[in-house]
Structures are given as structure tokens and as C-alpha cells.
Write a protein that binds this ligand. Structure first.
Ligand code: ATP
Length: 456
């Protein structure tokens, strides 16, 4: 059914909401009826048929428990099983909204909504009606599957298909996810895909790069602080946990935190509340947690450098991103994908790859994984003489080349090779860390970590 033909009922005890809905919908749908009192819902339904009912989750009488919304949802399902129900929920109540989906709601909207988003949600709710089917009763129908290319997450190899399958399965749950994999294998991209495919997608995905947080700012960054808690605390500050409320918190580089930081994190996850620095009033948290690391977490745990009890909190589901060298077919798929992007960005025609180039790319070790490939292709596209990428257009990262050449030169320590390479590359870029990191196939954070490790 199309929006213009739809009959819509809005039930909310906030008259401002009803007014705004009437103003927006009167030109978009055939009929809009608004009702302030949910007690009158059933008599309205016995008089008239509605295609979609927008139902508030909370009414003043139950003080934000969301139970009243769920109750009325149940009654609508009995009385008007053919109507689609969209729950209207406040920020921070998304977990109750998810329960409503299980109880038969078609979708939910978070206040304050964008008008375009409201119209999209209404149109999507009308789709099953258009196909001649009743709106889903009982358990909610799964959301329309989104392809992974939508998140630029590509991969045809069996290993990546397995990853995609896991993402599809775990995204619409509340499970904490631990992403493992080398640098540049796509952990952050996977975290975004999981969030986008989750019921929390309407609320933020907040990232915290733990490697970049020193001991001194860890608590204030994650848990927030109160004005005056320490010298620089001039204002109250919301921590990342609170900022991600109702949404997803992505803790990147979790393997790098100290035992003291691990203990603080564990307490927060166990109690599901944070204590901002300088406050003694705990704040409840409502987040879905995704963590990632390239560190060998289980080896660290065996050496007592990472708490096992924290791992168990993080890894309800574990997804390991395979290194690029283990999926040669994806190398070509990704190389073509990046070539298209960088050619367009640099106003050049999309180049072809000489067969010998493809062989070279397949055989390379890719220590920096997809990030290294992306930068290698970008460089090649920019420097190529014509529309064909040839083997000599690809110069692999200095670190990799040096590591390979030194293998034949006797028992050099890998650490020394790494240190010398980093110094050489930074020197070549006159101290520009961003450019050096790019050439080394590392993130800036990863490069800073290595500088620290080598006392540079
Ligand atoms: N499967 C993929 N398809 C397309 N692009 C990808 C894929 N995997 C990674 N990338 C790209 O490679 C780059 C690195 O990915 P990302 O930052 O997600 O990796 P990471 O594992 O989080 O790295 P790090 O551990 O260094 O933080 C990004 O530009 C990302 O868009």
C-alpha cells in the first residue's frame, strides 16, 4: 500500500507530539487520527480500521517503564491484527523497544525523530500490506536484509562469507562481540556493520580508541567526570559509555589496556553502571558492547596480562577477521574496488590490471592487510602512466620490503628491523607521522604505539 492511501492512528499522551504528527501527516496520508488517551484505543479500533498505528511507549501513569506501551500493543494485536504498529520511544529506552518488536510491533521510532525518517518508517511498515499480507503478528518480521557492500565490506572468499554469516546472526541480538584480527583486516568496518544492522542503529555508535587513552584520562574519557573533579575539569563531561546510551560502544584496541584499567572496565560491565570521576552517584548504562584487538588476547591471559574474567564479559560472540594473505581472491576484488574509488576521486578513468600485476598482488604477504592494499592501490592509481596498472606501479610498504630482504642477511632481531624501518620512513617524510603511518601500512595510533615500544 502506498503512503497516500494509508489511514494512520497516532496514540500519545503528549499533545505536542500529536500536533506535530497531524501537521506532518495530513498532506502525506489519506487520513490521520490522533488520540491522547490510550484507554480509548479499543473503542476507536472497533469503529474504524487503521493501516498503521503509531503508539507511544510510555504514558505518564507508568513513569517510563514502557510496560503500558507493551500492554496496549498486545491489545491492538488481538483487536486489529491487520494493522502495523510502530512504537514511539524516547532516547535510552531502546531495549524496551526491542522487546516490543518481539511482541509484534513492526518497527520503532526514537524521539525526537526526523520527518523524513518517520515517513520512511511508515512506508516500510505499509510494504507487507501492499503485498496483500497482513502486517506481521506475533514475532516481528526480520528487518530487510541489507547487503554488506552497503557498508563497503567486501569479500567473496569462504572465510569472509563465514564472517558475514556471523554478522547477520549476531547483529540483531544484544550479545557483546569481540573482534579479533591483525591490523587493517576490517574490524572497525565490521563493528559499524553490526551496529547498522542492529536494533540500536537509530542511536549512536560511539568509538573509544583505548590505545590512545593514557592511564590519567581513561576513567574520565569512558565514564565522564564532574566539574571540579580535578584541575582541568572545568565542566561536567559525559563519558563514552553515557554518550553511547541506547546505542553501541566500540572499544578499539582493548588488548592494550593495563590490568588496573581492565579491573575498572570489568566492574562497570558487571554492575552495568558507571561512576563519573568526582561523583558518588552511579549512572546506569544501556549499551551494546563491541570490542576489538589485534593483540593475542588469550596468550596475554595465559601470561596473566589480560584478565580472563574480562574476556568472558567481552566475548559472548567472537569473530576473527582473516588476514588478507589467506584470501587471495579477495585481494583482486578489493584491488578493483579501490581502483574504481581512487580513479573517480582523482578524475581518472578506472584502470585495468595487467595479469602480471594481479599475480604480484596475489603473492604479496600484505602485513598491513586491507589498509595496506588500499594505500598501495591509491598510490598506483595516482602514479600510473596510463589506464593500466603494471607490476612496477606497486611498491610495497618499506617495512615489508626490509623485513623480507633482511631475512636472507642472517639473524637480525625483528625488533631492530622494525625500529630501523620506522625511523627511516619517518625521516623520509620529515617527521610527518600521518604520511609515515600510511607508508608503513599502519594507523597513526598503531605507529605511536610502536614509537613508544621502541622508546623513540
Ligand atoms: N572487507 C573489506 N572490504 C572493503 N574495505 C575494507 C575491508 N576490510 C577493511 N577495509 C578497509 O581497510 C581499512 C582498514 O579497515 P579497518 O580500520 O576496519 O581495520 P581494523 O582491523 O580496524 O584496523 P586496526 O586494527 O589497524 O585498527 C579501512 O579503510 C576499511 O575501509
Amino acid at each position: 500500500m502506498i503512503l497516500k492511501k494509508a489511514r494512520v492512528l497516532v496514540v500519545d499522551d503528549d499533545t505536542d507530539v500529536l500536533f506535530a504528527m497531524r501537521m506532518l501527516l495530513r498532506t502525506e496520508v489519506q487520513e490521520v487520527v490522533t488520540e491522547k488517551n490510550p484507554e480509548l484505543l479499543l473503542s476507536l479500533l472497533s469503529k474504524q480500521r487503521f493501516d498503521v498505528i503509531l503508539l507511544d511507549m510510555n504514558y505518564k501513569s507508568t513513569l517510563g517503564t514502557g510496560n503500558e506501551g507493551l500492554y496496549w500493543l498486545g491489545r491492538i494485536r488481538e483487536k486489529a491484527p491487520g494493522s502495523a504498529v510502530i512504537m514511539i520511544t524516547a532516547h535510552g529506552e531502546v531495549s524496551t523497544a526491542v522487546r516490543s518488536l518481539k511482541a509484534g510491533a513492526t518497527d520503532f521510532l526514537v524521539k525526537p525523530w526526523h520527518n523524513a525518517q518517520l515517513l520512511d518508517t511508515l512506508a516500510a511498515a505499509l510494504q507487507p500490506l501492499e503485498a496483500g499480507k497482513a502486517a506481521p503478528a506475533g514475532p516481528a518480521a526480520p528487518r530487510r536484509p541489507a547487503s554488506f557492500a552497503e557498508f563497503s565490506l567486501l569479500g567473496e572468499s569462504a572465510a569472509m562469507q563465514e564472517v558475514f554469516h556471523k554478522i547477520e546472526k549476531v547483529a540483531p541480538t544484544e550479545a557483546n562481540i569481540l573482534l579479533l584480527g591483525e591490523n587493517g583486516t576490517g574490524k572497525e568496518l565490521v563493528a559499524k556493520a553490526i551496529h547498522q544492522k542492529s536494533f540500536r542503529a537509530a542511536l549512536p555508535l560511539v568509538t573509544a580508541d583505548l590505545a590512545a587513552m593514557s592511564e590519567g584520562i581513561f576513567e574520565s574519557e569512558l565514564f565522564g567526570h564532574r566539574k571540579g573533579a580535578f584541575t582541568d575539569a572545568r565542566e561536567d563531561r559525559t563519558g563514552r559509555f553515557a554518550a553511547a546510551s541506547g546505542g553501541t560502544l566500540f572499544l578499539d584496541e582493548i588488548g592494550n589496556i593495563s590490568l588496573a584499567q581492565q579491573a575498572k572496565l570489568l566492574t562497570v560491565l558487571q554492575n552495568r553502571e558507571v561512576l563519573p570521576v568526582g561523583s558518588n552517584v552511579p549512572v546506569p548504562i544501556d549499551i551494546r558492547l563491541i570490542s576489538a584487538t589485534n593483540a593475542p588476547l588469550y596468550e596475554l591471559a595465559a601470561e596473566q596480562r589480560f584478565r580472563k574474567d574480562l574476556i568472558y564479559r567481552l566475548n559472548t560472540v567472537e569473530i576473527t577477521l582473516p588476514p588478507l594473505r589467506a584470501r587471495a581472491d579477495d585481494v583482486l576484488l578489493l584491488a578493483r574496488h579501490f581502483a574504481g574509488i581512487y580513479a573517480a576521486r582523482n578524475r581518472k578513468p578506472t584502470p585495468d590490471f595487467e595479469p602480471a600485476t594481479l599475480t604480484k598482488l596475489r603473492q604479496h604477504h600484505w602485513p598491513g592487510n586491507v589498509r595496506e592494499l588500499q594505500h598501495a592501490v591509491e598510490r598506483a592509481v595516482i602514479l600510473a602512466e596510463d589506464d593500466v596498472l603494471r607490476p612496477h606501479d606497486f611498491h610495497f610498504s618499506a617495512m615489508d620490503a626490509l623485513a623480507v630482504t633482511t631475512l636472507s642477511e642472517g639473524p637480525l632481531q625483528l625488533n631492530e628491523v622494525e625500529k630501523a624501518t620506522i625511523l627511516r620512513v619517518i625521516e623520509r617524510h620529515n617527521g610527518n607521522i600521518t604520511k609515515a603511518a600510511k607508508e608503513l601500512g599502519l594507523t597513526r595510533t598503531a605507529l605511536y604505539r610502536r614509537l613508544e615500544k621502541h622508546d623513540l
